[in-house]
Design a protein around this ligand. Structure first.
Ligand SMILES: Nc1ncnc2c1ncn2[C@@H]1O[C@H](COP(=O)(O)OP(=O)(O)OP(=O)(O)O)[C@@H](O)[C@H]1O
Length: 363
């Protein structure tokens, strides 16, 4: 591990020790209220209990983020999902204080950044956080490599060093050969790759993505999602990703936080959302998801009975149903779901087919 790391450019690694699971970001009781005397809303039990409409009628305020708590682990891809107006952008902008929270805590690597002064905040935004937006915000009169190097220039890095770094990152995002192009000579997808390279160039601890691919054609969008997955494998950065698209959330997210009217409705892995939706809102969201693509054997196994044969194939509980289907259906005996040598349950043709049939019915 140590030897390998010496060969990897330092910006390709997170500074956090992989053993250290201390959250990178902890959000506690976070509120963002827009409107007059906004700070009174979180303090008042009565106002907190009002619906969005009632709160607006009574106070002229909108509670865009209401009492949200979550943690993001090092190296995690954390997705914030919800319909338009649910508070995703406001929430994520509060994390870097691009929007000032009304109350609550945003702890980044142990520091409550609500207490950071302007200088510290600038430093955090330059060195620790990067953002990728839907509108790429590239500088039109600068070449690709200069756009990528721009943040490093602001930091005061010398020209030679920053151009060398920028070229490496341009290559990393698959744009080698386009270093000297101007943004308007590139397609939308390629411009977003420049946005990604620019975000990565500064070796941030956390990358924030605000619906970065919404304006792209579906095929390019899929390419870019794959690109994010690849880059995540390669650079291992912590990522916070906003989307209103469930399939994007399921594809990218280690965990997904679902928001509705500023509140957190559920936060969990894709299989938790699909297997145990917290309410009808989440259930509606996930109803068209092909369950076999998301659920794992843990969700469909049944307890072993006395008359079950226990010499069938062995599979882990986190194997996705789709991946287990062939093995289970081909075996004469039900599959044993085993973790650390312990038998957790049994999965036979019936359990598999129930998922596949449910899928076809859209349930
Ligand atoms: N500056 C502001 N002043 C007043 N209300 C605001 C402001 N910014 C956002 N809001 C309101 O806060 C709520 C949440 O908005 P936000 O943009 O965070 O939602 P979103 O889920 O990101 O939506 P979208 O997907 O459409 O971007 C909305 O009702 C919005 O109208």
């Amino acid at each position: 591990m140590t030897t390998a790391q010496t060969e990897v450019p330092h910006w390709r690694r997170t500074s956090q020790n992989p053993e250290d699971r201390t959250p990178v970001i902890s959000v506690r009781r976070l509120w963002k209220v827009f409107g007059p005397k906004a700070e009174q809303v979180p303090q008042s039990e009565e106002l907190c209990g009002l619906s969005r409409r009632e709160l607006m009628d009574r106070t002229g305020c909108t509670a865009a983020v209401r009492d949200v708590d979550f943690e993001v682990s090092p190296g995690e891809v954390f997705v914030v999902m919800g319909l338009s107006g649910s508070g995703k952008s406001t929430l994520v902008r509060c994390l870097t204080r691009l929007i000032e929270p009304t109350s609550g805590e945003v702890v980044f690597e142990g520091e409550d950044i609500r207490g950071a002064d302007a200088r510290r905040l600038r430093e955090l935004r330059r060195r620790k956080f990067s953002m990728v937006f839907q509108h790429f915000g590239l500088l039109p009169h600068r070449k690709v490599v200069e756009n990528v190097a721009f943040g490093l220039e602001i930091r005061g890095m010398g020209r030679g060093e920053r151009m060398r770094r920028a070229r490496e990152v341009v290559e990393l995002v698959g744009l080698a050969g386009y270093e000297n192009s101007y943004p308007d000579q590139l397609s939308g997808g390629m411009q977003q790759r420049v946005g990604l390279a620019r975000a990565l160039a500064g070796d941030p601890e956390v990358l924030f993505f605000d619906e970065p691919f919404s304006a792209l054609d579906p095929l390019i969008r899929r390419d870019m999602q794959n690109e994010v997955i690849r880059l995540h494998h390669e650079v291992g950065k912590t990522m916070v990703f906003i989307t209103h698209d469930l399939s994007e959330a399921l594809k990218l997210g280690d965990r997904i936080l679902i928001m509705r009217d500023g509140k957190m409705v559920q936060c969990g892995t894709g299989d938790e959302l699909v297997g145990a939706p917290a309410d009808d809102y989440v259930r509606d969201f996930v109803q068209d998801v092909p369950r076999g693509d998301v659920l794992t054997l843990r969700w469909i196994m049944r307890p072993a009975q006395d008359d079950d044969a226990l010499d069938g194939p062995e599979l882990g509980p986190d194997v996705v149903v789709r991946e287990a289907t062939r093995a289970v259906l081909a075996a004469e005996k039900p599959a044993k779901v085993v973790e650390n040598g312990k038998l957790l349950g049994i999965v036979g043709d019936e359990e598999i087919l129930a998922v596949v049939a449910g899928q076809q019915g859209g349930a």
